[in-house]
Design a protein around this ligand. Sequence first.
Ligand SMILES: Cc1cn([C@H]2C[C@H](O)[C@@H](COP(=O)(O)OP(=O)(O)O[C@H]3O[C@@H](C)C(=O)[C@@H](O)[C@H]3O)O2)c(=O)[nH]c1=O
Length: 182
Amino acid sequence: MNYIQTEIDGVWLIEPKVFSDERGYFMEAFKQDEFEANIGPVNFIQDNESKSSFGVLRGLHYQKGEYSQSKLVRVIKGKVVDVAVDLRQSSTTFGKYISVLLSEENKRQFFIPRGFAHGFAVLSEEAIFTYKVDNKYAPQAEASIIYDDETLGIDWPLAKSQMLLSPKDKQGIAFKDAVYFE
Ligand SMILES: Cc1cn([C@H]2C[C@H](O)[C@@H](COP(=O)(O)OP(=O)(O)O[C@H]3O[C@@H](C)C(=O)[C@@H](O)[C@H]3O)O2)c(=O)[nH]c1=O
């Protein structure tokens, strides 16, 4: 696997090595020793999967304080644009975001450490999204920052008329009102 540091400290792109043959392909999707040697210690405790149709936008989500989660995300069907927003006040990239295309074809993975808000929008007819998290689900600590916050200025490659959001995400808060990390 190829571990690529991004312009935001702690955020990584990971490209698995894909072995194709006449049967199809094989790849190692997660390898703890390699992950830890490149990125650092991690203890993933839960695997999540969601299916979404075209235009679905989930985000920008995070869990506050001690419930913060690192996420290792990838797409097994379809294509999404995935976005991570730095909520770490001590970071030189506080309030900045990074977006990457993740697809069934490129098989890229995106590692988002604790202290970020995360979201994605579906660009294919359907997308199956899967991710590991290193902290338990804590609905009482959940927060959603509104996807079109003006301060963040995220460039989503979809028209607003195409977007489908959950009621919770339609009522996301402004970035300026979010609870940040140290
Ligand atoms: C996230 C999560 C949800 N749920 C339940 C709660 C709810 O009834 C249902 C759907 O939840 P949501 O609407 O929050 O699902 P969703 O909008 O897909 O939430 C996810 O969005 C992406 C962008 C993330 O980064 C994830 O951390 C997570 O917040 O699943 C769990 O049981 N466990 C979990 O870990």
